[in-house]
Design a protein around this ligand. Structure first.
Ligand code: HEM
Length: 330
């Protein structure tokens, strides 16, 4: 993670404008490719990006609810969707084939190709099962993290004082020219506070659902078994009951947390048995990347502020244009 974060942020050019969303997507995709699959997926990044854009654009309309209210896909759109999914499948099939041919020790795909169902029939995973796992990790593992970083960078471009604190923290970590790593994580509380605050205002997964398994009443509303309940970090995390000056970016909320605040006033990673399995991976990765950005660059807004686009994830649209200035060495 550290190596890729350092390479990517180190390749930026002073006095230019970058789209931080594109830059973070590329970085996060490379990190997932490398850490989970042991591969360099840079070449696939553009293909996956285009296919993923297309799938995300229609994904809400693939859901049963959309079909029910007549907003499902037309036959033409269905075949376009099938093509996009085939494109993604192709990239994933390539990853699986490479790992079967040259298994690694630690990457997830190699582990899955060797996995045995001890509690069941003792067999291994089919290609289809591995494909489903890999697709989930690949998609869940980079889009959300890239969004979290892009929104946080957008917010920090309007809060130079917070960015300066993060930069100073990265310097204090004593990383010198090397990349920030696991050992330094606990020395980066301000960096993590900025990410938590970024995800409070712009939770990448802005809603999640639960199915009612036993008759339940919430504030006088009876919920029958099988009912779908939608919960939204976007709404709860901007509720002034729990968050004074709810719309303001204030990293001190996390440095001096309010002990009275209920635990579930904040849940960007969901929770319980179906909570995000990548939470710690994502926080580690995002902290490292943000520290690497702040150590090298001062950023300022360079165009219209992005708007949130409420799809499966909360994307900054159309882009996050930031002007880069090289930070004086400390
Ligand atoms: C900032 C980054 C991320 C955010 C905000 C995020 C958010 C979420 C949320 C809200 C859920 C649903 C939880 C629930 O309903 O309780 C979820 C599920 C999931 N996430 Fe993440 N996630 C992130 C990064 C990752 C990464 C890096 C991975 C993989 C390496 C990952 C893999 C998954 C998987 C597999 C699930 C489904 C878990 C299940 O249904 O049992 N996520 N994530």
């Amino acid at each position: 993670m550290g190596q890729i974060a350092a390479e990517e942020t180190g390749s930026w050019v002073a006095e230019t404008v970058i789209d931080a969303h594109a830059a973070m997507t590329r970085t996060a995709m490379r990190i997932v490719g490398s850490t989970l699959f042991g591969l360099d997926v840079t070449g696939d990044a553009a293909r996956v990006g285009v296919a993923l854009d297309g799938v995300l654009a229609i994904s809400n309309r693939l859901l049963p609810l959309a079909q029910l209210v007549g907003q499902g896909l037309s036959p033409d759109e269905q075949s376009a969707a099938a093509q996009l999914i085939a494109e993604l499948d192709d990239v994933i099939a390539g990853i699986i084939a490479q790992r079967r041919a040259a298994p690694g020790d630690r990457d997830v795909v190699s582990l899955l190709t060797r996995a045995v169902d001890d509690e069941g029939d003792g067999g291994g995973l089919s290609d289809r099962e591995i494909r489903d796992e890999v697709m989930t990790l690949f998609l869940a593992g980079h889009e959300t993290t890239a969004n979290a970083l892009a929104w946080t960078l957008h917010l920090l471009s309007h809060h130079p004082e917070a960015l300066a604190q993060i930069a100073a923290e990265a310097d204090r970590c004593g990383t010198g020219t090397g990349a920030v790593g696991l050992d330094q994580l606990e020395q980066l509380p301000i960096t993590q506070a900025a990410l938590r605050e970024g995800m409070r205002l712009f939770p990448p997964a802005w809603l999640t659902t639960r199915e009612v398994v036993q008759p339940t009443t919430i504030r006088g509303v009876d919920l029958a078994v099988g009912a779908q309940v939608i919960v939204s970090p976007w709404l709860t995390q901007r509720d002034p009951r729990w968050w004074p000056d709810a719309d303001e970016f204030r990293i001190d909320r996390w440095l001096y947390p309010d002990e009275q605040r209920p635990k579930w006033a904040y849940f960007p990673f969901g929770g319980g048995a179906r909570g995000c399995i990548g939470e710690h991976f994502a926080m580690l990765e995002a902290t490292i990347i943000l520290a690497e950005v702040a150590r090298r660059w001062t950023i300022s807004p360079a165009g219209d502020a992005p708007e949130p686009e409420f799809r499966v994830t909360l994307r900054p649209t159309p882009a996050v244009p930031l002007r880069l200035q090289r930070r004086a060495p400390h």
